[in-house]
Design a protein. Structure first.
Length: 58
């Protein structure tokens, strides 16, 4: 599966394949990946805010 398709599934932008087997461990793995991806995106937004937006107000 492509990286962009997987990211779209993690962020609920695309429905997952209903024919794909779904085990308990796979659910855990996808949940952890989703949490880490969201935390990464939040961190990027915070860093961009600190480096770009805040200096404009000083």
């Amino acid at each position: 599966m492509g990286i962009l398709k997987q990211l779209a599934e993690y962020l609920y932008l695309r429905k997952r394949d209903p024919n794909e087997p779904r085990t308990q461990w796979m659910k855990y793995m996808h949940g952890m990946n989703r949490i880490s991806l969201i935390m990464f995106l939040v961190a990027v937004v915070i860093i961009l805010f600190k480096l770009v937006i805040l200096p404009l107000f000083h």
